[in-house]
Design a protein around this ligand. Structure first.
Ligand code: HEM
Length: 460
């Protein structure tokens, strides 16, 4: 079975079985969750915080950073890193999100000015550059340049994903002994070297910048939060880790695994979400118009003073992004493993080793929670419809203790870019959902290049 068929048959199973169903992977039972009630039981259960076997395939790349670690290590790291995503820190990132958006608008204008331009742009090519720059400049505090080539990094990430997908296609490849002796496994380890060299370059650069900054500031006097002088000041993600290293709370290897994790989790997820949001805006001119009018109503003047409060006032845009995440969830499924025998609701026994595959995609497409689930309709996220819905029927960022630590970051970043694009351009469709098929993988993927046509917006 190829990866497109794998994606397709998972959907067929969901429609056929309606509640959960069981399969086997590498001799372990896999319980497939396609209902919000079951997802709630699993995601809220503190006995099931360990990630599934599939995540061990990522260990040579991410080692055991926040995404892949478990037990005490995960708790300690999550506690250490949570303050780095506090609202006060995120608001400081607005300036970067805005300047990256300005650069993106300039790129689009340059494309339009080219003599033979027909205004068609490849979102799949352009958007990942913006999101990788954003995560590097904010969470990691480093600008990409010739020494740190973002295009090369993205190329290596695609190779890693391809090698990992080979393991999904062929059950024999699931066994480490077999995989790492095959050409595919060797290629995977080779790509690792380049990726790790890239993240080490980032850490080295930030270490240099930080020590200069620390020399300049009087730590004892300035190391407090202005809003509460009794609390320690918060730092962005990599600075938090470098400071924790000084206090002996993490070592260099630990910092490397977290930087790899945040780069991997932080840019492609947001890219896919933005790509499908822009495609959906192009496909639905009426919704695009509503977003534009809302922006005009709430954000007067130019966008230089755009702030988080103004973004929060854009209620329709928020629903539009949610609907994009429902129909095109960047992470279509997540897997947990039972590390002991677990009984659910007094009747369902999951033996130790059971993999629990939570199909976010199928939960979002479940007609029990969404009328005409295939129809793209942002209004379904407005009150009172949204309030009546099961809270686990919409889980693009997962939920419970191991939910996405970067969700507020991602939403702020996406809203900022969308406001800039909608204010400056009108979008027309080029790629339509019927032109592509998804394939199974870590993220929602299609082989088709996703394109839209842009036209400069005439201010009326
Ligand atoms: C639209 C964008 C995003 C989506 C849809 C998304 C989705 C998710 C999901 C579903 C998970 C759970 C994964 C699992 O259990 O296997 C997750 C975890 C995680 N995400 Fe995100 N994510 C996004 C953006 C980000 C960003 C921008 C960052 C960092 C800057 C980030 C960092 C992480 C990390 C570190 C974890 C692991 C958390 C833990 O296990 O404690 N994500 N994300």
């Amino acid at each position: 079975m190829n990866l497109e068929q794998m994606f397709y048959y998972s959907r067929v199973f969901a429609k056929t079985f309606k509640r959960g169903y069981i399969q086997y992977f590498l001799l372990n039972p896999v319980y497939n969750v396609i209902d919000a009630k079951d997802a709630e039981l699993v995601l809220n259960d503190s006995r099931i915080l360990t990630k599934g076997i599939f995540y061990t395939f990522l260990h040579p790349f991410l080692k055991t950073g926040l995404l892949t670690s478990t037990d005490k290590k995960w708790h300690t790291r999550r506690r250490l890193l949570t303050p780095a995503f506090h609202f006060n820190i995120l608001t400081q990132f607005m300036e970067t999100f805005k300047s990256e958006s300005v650069k993106f608008i300039k790129t689009l204008n340059d494309i339009l000015e080219k003599k033979d331009s027909n205004g068609v742009i490849s979102l799949s090519e352009l958007i990942p550059r913006v999101t990788l720059n954003n995560v590097c400049e904010t969470a990691l505090g480093v600008c990409l340049d010739d020494r740190l080539d973002g295009d090369e990094y993205r190329q290596r990430i695609s190779e890693v994903e391809e090698s990992l997908l080979e393991r999904l296609k062929n059950p024999l490849m699931g066994f480490d002994g077999f995989y790492y002796n095959c050409a595919e496994g060797k290629k995977y380890l080779k790509s690792m070297e380049k990726l790790h060299a890239f993240s080490s370059g980032i850490i080295e650069k930030r270490r240099e910048l930080l020590s200069k900054e620390m020399e300049q500031e009087d730590m004892n006097q300035n190391d407090v939060d202005e809003t509460n002088p009794y609390r320690k000041r918060r730092y962005a993600m990599l600075d938090t880790l470098l400071r924790a290293e000084k206090d002996g709370l993490i070592d260099h290897a630990g910092i490397c695994e977290e930087v790899d994790t945040f780069m991997f989790e932080g840019f492609d997820t947001t890219s896919m979400n933005l790509i499908f949001a822009l495609m959906s805006l192009a496909l639905h001119p009426d919704m695009q118009k509503k977003c534009y009018e809302e922006i005009q109503e709430n954000i007067q003047g130019d966008l230089a003073s755009l702030d988080t409060q103004q973004l929060n006032n854009l209620k329709y845009l928020d629903c539009f992004i949610k609907e994009t995440q429902r129909v095109y969830p960047s992470v279509p499924g997540i897997v947990r493993e039972c590390t002991s025998d677990i009984v659910f609701g007094g009747k369902l026994l999951f033996p130790k080793g059971t993999q629990i595959n939570i199909h976010i995609y199928d939960i979002h497409m479940n007609p029990k929670y969404y009328d005409e689930p295939e129809r793209f309709n942002p209004e379904r996220f407005m009150a009172p419809q949204a309030e009546k819905r099961h809270p686990f029927a919409f889980i693009p960022f997962s939920a419970g203790q191991r939910n996405c630590i970067g969700q507020k970051f991602a939403l702020m970043e996406m809203k900022t870019l969308l406001v800039y694009v909608i204010k400056n351009f009108e979008l027309e469709p080029v790629t339509r959902p019927e032109d592509f098929r998804f394939h199974a993988g870590l993220l929602i993927r299609t082989k088709t290049d996703i394109q839209v046509k842009i036209r400069k917006r005439l201010v009326t």
